[in-house]
Design a protein around this ligand. Structure first.
Ligand SMILES: Cc1cc2nc3c(=O)[nH]c(=O)nc-3n(C[C@H](O)[C@H](O)[C@H](O)COP(=O)(O)OP(=O)(O)OC[C@H]3O[C@@H](n4cnc5c(N)ncnc54)[C@H](O)[C@@H]3O)c2cc1C
Length: 325
């Protein structure tokens, strides 16, 4: 495997794109955990830049990794050999198509998509006001909260494949599941969603209320990745009768406030592990292993990670508890 950190790769890619290419860039800047070592980071200016980068990486045998706002990731302390493609500005358009249809760029932050569509009197994306990632990351993760997820609004998704070609995937071709879309191996460029026309004042008031609820119930201002583990059995809003959420299990195991180095189980919400100061990825992994062990021993439940544990080559560690249930 070749590395995107090679000088020759960097020079070759720079000649092929209009956007910015940053070398030895600390990935801590690109993750809400504020954790991660150095990598080559592409800030594409257009969809064409993304296609050109994927083609050039494939030709050179260099792996790549798509990144939004890094709000669901634990990036490696040693940095990455994969080319990190940060989808943000330049891919962040928002356009009403009529009849409740909207085209939304992958780089638009979900809170902005939520607020801007609510301001126009449309419901559907409003629930994502407190999910601090991009639209692309939301679709890829099938992010969800407050009784809905991306699978419930998506009509189609435009992706670019490793050969650099754009493809339109209809909703039915995407195997959405709980925090899962099956969209591996492609970069999401934009999505078309179906929203509900509704009373503008009412939906704006709901957005304000959801945001207030978020700020009060989660350690919103501390570096973290949101929920570390998936809820056993599925999202809590789909199974209100489920025995316990991941947060309840970790809390019942007595782990609120437990630390490994700078990584801490939030005293506010036990399924949030925060970077309380200078935490490394190794420390967060240590805390994940500790919580899994405690919950398995106490309740016989194996917890699956929702946060993506990223390796230097851009692949993921398995989400399942390695010790099994
Ligand atoms: C405080 C806080 C609260 C949160 N609350 C929620 C919540 O209520 N519900 C919920 O579901 N999540 C929640 N999250 C997790 C996170 O915000 C979501 O998963 C979000 O959708 C991730 O978007 P992102 O742009 O940050 O993706 P990233 O973290 O950058 O990436 C996540 C995954 O998506 C892939 N990806 C990102 N962009 C693209 C793209 N354009 N094309 C292809 N793949 C891509 C990445 O490769 C990676 O595998 C929360 C996180 C935080 C920090």
């Amino acid at each position: 495997m070749r590395s995107a950190r090679d000088a020759g790769f960097v020079a070759g890619l720079r000649a092929r794109i209009a956007g910015e290419l940053r070398e030895r860039e600390s990935l801590a800047r690109y993750s809400t955990y504020r954790i991660g070592g150095p990598a080559t980071v592409l800030l594409p200016r257009s969809p064409e830049d993304v296609g050109a980068a994927l083609r050039f990486a494939a030709d050179g045998g260099v792996p790549w990794f798509a990144l939004g706002l890094g709000s669901n990731l634990l990036l490696p302390d040693e940095g990455m050999d994969a080319l990190v493609i940060r989808i943000g500005k330049g891919l962040d358009r928002l356009e009403a198509l009529g009849g409740g249809g909207w085209r939304v760029g992958a780089g638009l932050p979900q809170p902005l998509a939520a607020r801007k569509t609510a301001e126009q009197g449309f419901a559907g994306l409003h629930r994502f006001v407190g999910v601090p990632g991009t639209v692309g990351g939301g679709v890829y993760m099938n992010a969800g909260c407050h009784g809905g997820d991306w699978a419930g609004v998506v009509r189609s998704v435009v992706v670019v494949d490793p050969a650099g070609a754009d493809r339109v995937l209809p909703r039915d071709a995407i195997p959405f599941g709980y925090r899962h879309s099956g969209l591996g191996g492609v970069v999401v460029l934009e999505t078309t969603v179906a929203l509900e026309p509704t009373d503008r004042a009412a939906i704006e008031a709901e957005v304000a209320e959801l945001f207030r609820w978020r700020q009060e119930g989660t350690p919103f201002n501390q570096p973290c990745c949101g929920s570390v583990f998936k809820n056993p059995g599925g999202p809590s809003w789909k199974r209100p009768d489920a025995p316990r959420t991941a947060g309840q299990l970790i809390e019942a195991a007595g782990l609120k406030g437990t630390r490994v180095g700078g990584a801490e189980v939030s005293p506010m919400h036990a399924n949030y592990f925060v970077n309380a100061g200078g935490a490394t990825a190794a420390e967060v992994r240590g805390l994940i292993a500790l919580a899994r062990r405690a919950v398995r021993e106490r309740f016989g439940v194996g917890l699956e990670t929702e946060v993506k544990l990223v390796r230097p080559d851009g692949s993921f560690e398995p989400a399942e508890d390695p010790a099994g249930e």
